[in-house]
Design a protein around this ligand. Sequence first.
Ligand SMILES: Cc1ncc(COP(=O)(O)O)c(C=O)c1O
Length: 393
Amino acid sequence: MAFLTDLDRTYTTPEDICAHVGDEYARFMGAIVPPVFQNSLFVRPNAGNGVEDAGYVYTRASNPTIDIAERKIAALEGGEGALCFASGMGAISSAIMHFARAGGHIVLVDSAYGCTLGLIRDYLSKRFAVEFTNVNGSSVEEIENAIRPNTTLIYLESPSSMLFRMQDIEQIARIARERGIGTIMDNSYSTPLYQQPLKYGIDIVCHTASKYLGGHSDIVAGALASRDRDIITSIQDYERAWFGNNMDPHAASMLIRGIRTLPVRLPQHSANAEKVVRFLESDPRIIKVNYPGSATYGQNDLFHKYMKRASGLLSFIPKGTEEQIRAFCARLRYFQNGVSWGGFESLCVTSGVLDTTPEIGRKAFVVRMHIGLENVDTLIDDISQALEVLPKV
Ligand SMILES: Cc1ncc(COP(=O)(O)O)c(C=O)c1O
């Protein structure tokens, strides 16, 4: 668990926070990159000598390298403190457990990440009698109507990571706060560079740091941040300490390195994705492109209210049969078939998804692409040659 220090608060731009929060040259013998404290235990040779105790006991509880990653994430999200975890699901499950109560009720958006939905629908509900209501999330009234006297949590993910559905964060946070209901939001798609949910009253913001924060597809990691010190302290003392899902210090050092270059990487993902979106939108073989930053995106008002820019993840519904769409993906050379996203590399997955918008209104076969940091014209040429397998009319 780490809270922001007075020095951390002197860094105010995202670039400076990513580069310099946690620099403590005097503490680490002038090392320009802080050392990796790859130790389980902290002994106390000075105990009883009146020398100040650094406060570290055991890495499952806290560790100086993990602290630095946490302070960077807290500062980026505009929080007071943050906690890192062994995975995104470690962060999400700990946040949910903080608010869940046996016999209580959770309102959750049905487009949230699959394992998050599974945790609530299949695990907490069946084993601990936690009730839940699925909502589409596009309408604030729908969420308000789903609230019951025993609701303890509203869980949001905006935009979601397949169809990019968004929620009105500020309105929902206000409604929850008025009723003493907790709110959690998965902000992995945007990262704090493009969207800061805590500013709008969300209690806990969660991340899979395996995606953009890490940025190189070489760590599985998670984090959460909050403005409420009591929430951070409670999750540190209960869920993280007792479920034992803290981040490994080596992963923390890789995460710190990833965060340093986030302000350079993320806009490049966005610029590449925006060009790919323009290309896809002009091709007659594509029925619909889902991308929050596109002018044709159905929730433009929410996009402009909350997000600075859209990132590198997009999806589209092409013409053709399931077999033809699979053949399109197989023909791509630069886009590897893989479920994750947020790394340097371009990826592609297909999935059958119920699209309820008026222009589709049925179960459709969706292609999701993560646009990596390769040359964007090479990527467009690759998509173009693969599109040849799809019908033109
Ligand atoms: C939107 C979103 N949230 C959470 C997770 C879970 O993160 P992790 O795989 O780091 O546990 C994922 C993983 O793909 C995700 O896409």
